[in-house]
Write a protein of this length. Structure first.
Length: 726
């Protein structure tokens, strides 16, 4: 048995020495800290225990280490030097306990009759900071014993870092990081010698930071330490002379507050290194603030913006809501992450998907006529119909009616699944709930999801050395269409400086509640939302007017594009009818070879050429002709199938006033030969005003003056009557 005694004791000693003291800083509460990609502080939130205590920088998220607090290896050189010089000059030489210091402390304390010096090493202080408890001999012995063990386990620098991360710096400021930011507004690595010395002496008497008589004592202590640093050769005379004249910090400073909504949603109690680019974030916040403050006067209170780096898919700027300091309800809401009505912002996805699937070719003519699809009667934003519009043009002009025809052809269910696979996470109802309105803002989406989905289109596209190839052809056509986006009148282009090249899309939700703008370059995707967090609509709030200018401001902040999307080289070449945009048929007089996605070969041939004559179906034709004077109407039978019952041609009408004083108008009537089987679309002075089925009558109250009332049936036959209201 005896021969096992010594090895056994040795083993026990080793275990004791090298097993980390348990529970060191266990349960400490940390502030939530979010840094930019470069490591700049974006913002922080106070810890659950009301302390400003930053998580150690090298602590991995959700560490399972038995040393949960502060194993940070990084400690700034100046602070480390100043701290060692002030607290424990032999720190690098002793094993955690300094017998000479203890003897000296005992001597001093006996001489003066009370405790003037602790003789504690920095290592022992780390243990004390962790354990707490009274200062007495028993605790000191435990601190010494635990300090020896800590030294066996950790390098000296790590022990310094543990001290720096957990020392008190006055008030509710704990740890060097929080102290540097609260007192000097900078990270600890950027502190001067005077500032580092101030923080080195502070944990010894943390209350002395507060204004009052202790301030002079603090200054003296700091300067004495600077003197020692000079003596020891850590600083030169010049540095010393300047350092002693530096003022002490005043009231704690507010911490940086960039990307505040982003910081708010960061994991609590951890230090997060985000992908936000510090300089860009600041510039984007400023751009959003400027535009948003101007719009606030018009009742548009809130604005959000996101920039994604298409190379990495990372968010590089994030404004959850503009001007967080402008008081208003809803300012805390992170609009960028809130589901909002999508307006037209999903249309590019449908165009790309339909191209990919061969549902349409890039220029296929889509109907733009009054239609009623199961009670759903889509209208264009300008309340006009154009008869037939090329698909790319319909996308660029964001026409609603062609988009609905396209969605019906492509399939609601199919598009719904596409949106989900594109990462739209807020489609909470089944596809049938949205129906065809899915493409016109019937669904809600978050700006974060939308911007990421647009960015994903670019990411999928520039994958091969900046070239679009093969299956990405549909995306290239989509970008081409969006590059041609009409510059709508609502956008005052004089307010925008130089306009960089971008593929972009705007969206406006029903009732002017949501304004969207998304822009893409090969390198970046920018998403902007404007409106009211509380949901109130503002007449005239359109994507182009409210969100477009900010999007272009942000675009101008970004590095200039290295080039544009390259024309693809791979795909299938097929002959396309330039008039209809369909595959050319035998009757088409012209055919142009076009590079297309493979599925295009299965699409239908041109339905509009017959015997070499371009002829649209009657209803399309009726709306198409006014916009296309070159269109010659093919021969058709011209029998009158309907006539006005009221009013008669050239009638002068006056409407009786009701008791309320309002004019009641009159009931206008049309007789149609096929009565119940037709739908009639009514237009007053060229503007669509309503439709009738079964009974063709409509109560109207036109303003005083001359008018033309036109009614068109689903065969494109029309009649007009002119009248005057007195
Ligand atoms: Zn044709």
């Amino acid at each position: 048995m005896r021969r096992w005694l010594w090895p056994g004791l040795l083993l026990a000693l080793l275990l004791w020495l090298f097993v980390i003291p348990q529970g060191l800083f266990r349960g400490a509460h940390y502030s939530t800290v979010v840094e930019s990609a470069e490591g700049e502080l974006l913002g922080a939130r106070i810890a659950a225990d009301g302390q400003w205590r930053f998580p150690p920088s090298s602590l991995p998220a959700a560490s399972s280490s038995s040393l949960p607090a502060a194993t940070g290896n990084l400690i700034p050189e100046r602070f480390a030097t100043a701290l060692v010089q002030f607290e424990d000059r032999h720190f690098y030489w002793h094993p955690g306990v300094n017998p000479i210091a203890i003897v000296r402390a005992l001597r001093d304390n006996i001489r003066s009759g009370h405790v003037v010096s602790g003789g504690s090493t920095i290592t022992m202080q780390v243990i004390r900071l962790s354990r707490g408890g009274e200062r007495n001999i028993w605790n000191k012995l435990i601190e010494a014993e635990e300090a020896l063990r800590l030294e066996c386990r950790h390098k000296k620098r790590k022990i310094l870092a543990l001290y720096a991360a957990n020392a008190p710096f006055g008030g509710n400021v704990v740890g060097l990081d929080a102290a540097a930011w609260r007192y000097f507004g900078r990270p600890p690595e950027e502190l001067s010698w005077a500032e580092s010395a101030t923080l080195a002496v502070l944990p010894n008497a943390p209350a002395s930071i507060h204004p009052g008589r202790d301030r002079e004592a603090l200054r003296e202590k700091r300067n004495r330490l600077l003197g020692r640093l000079l003596e020891h050769g850590d600083i030169d005379q010049e540095t010393y002379d300047a350092a002693v004249t530096e003022p002490l910090p005043d009231e704690p400073l507010p911490l940086p507050a960039y990307a505040s909504h982003y910081v708010e949603s960061a994991p609590k109690g951890l230090r997060t290194r985000s992908t936000i680019q510090f300089g860009l974030q600041r510039a984007v916040e400023e751009a959003v603030r400027r535009r948003s403050d101007a719009l606030a006067a018009e009742g548009v209170a809130d604005m959000a913006a996101i920039v994604i780096d298409n190379g990495t898919g990372n968010i590089v700027a994030y404004v959850g809501n503009s001007s967080p300091d402008r008081p208003r309800p809803g300012v805390q809401v992170d609009i960028a992450a809130s589901p909002r009505s999508t307006g037209s912002i999903l249309k590019p996805f449908l165009y790309a998907d339909a191209l990919e699937a061969g549902t349409i070719l890039p220029e296929t003519l889509l109907p733009d006529i009054p239609v009623n699809m199961g009670g759903f009667a889509p209208q264009n934003f300008d309340r006009q119909f154009y008869g037939a519009v090329h698909a790319s043009d319909a996308l660029a002009r964001s026409l609603n009616v062609p988009a609905v025809f396209l969605l019906r052809k492509y399939g609601v269910e199919r598009f719904y699944e596409d949106l989900k696979s594109r990462g739209i996470t807020t489609l909470t109802h089944p596809a049938g709930h949205y129906g065809l309105s899915l493409i016109l803002g019937g669904a809600e989406a978050k700006l974060t999801d939308i911007t990421a989905a647009y960015s994903a289109m670019v990411q999928a596209s520039v994958r091969k050395n900046g070239h679009f190839q093969g299956r990405d052809l549909a995306l290239w056509y989509t970008f081409e269409a969006l590059k041609e986006v009409n510059r709508p009148d609502q956008l005052d282009w004089r307010l925008i400086g130089s306009v960089r090249k971008a593929a972009w899309k705007t969206g406006t939700s029903y009732g002017f509640r949501d304004a969207w703008a998304v822009g893409m370059t090969p390198e970046y995707t920018i998403g902007v939302w404007a409106g009211n967090a509380q949901g109130a609509g503002v007449p005239g709030l359109t994507g182009a007017r409210a969100a477009g200018p900010v999007m272009f401001d942000i675009l101008n902040l970004l590095p200039e594009s290295r080039g544009w999307f390259q024309e693809p080289t791979e795909g299938v070449v097929a002959n396309v009818c330039p008039d209809s945009g369909y595959l050319a048929g035998p009757d088409c007089p012209e055919a142009e070879p076009v590079l297309l996605p493979p599925a295009a070969l299965d699409s239908e041939p041109c339905p509009y050429h017959s015997g070499g004559v371009f002829a649209l179906p009657p209803t399309m034709e009726w709306y198409y002709r006014p916009h296309h004077p070159e269109y010659t109407r093919p021969e058709r039978s011209q029998e009158a199938v309907m006539e006005f019952i009221y009013p008669s041609p050239g009638a002068a009408l006056s409407f009786p006033r009701q008791l309320s004083g309002e004019e009641s108008g009159a009931v206008f009537r049309v007789a149609h030969r096929h009565g119940n089987d037709v739908t009639l679309w009514w237009h007053l002075d060229g503007s669509f005003i309503g439709e009738t089925t079964f009974v063709h009558q409509l109560r109207l109250c036109p303003e005083k003056g001359k008018h033309i009332l036109t009614v068109v049936d689903n065969n494109g036959e029309s009649i007009s009557v002119s009248f005057t209201v007195l």
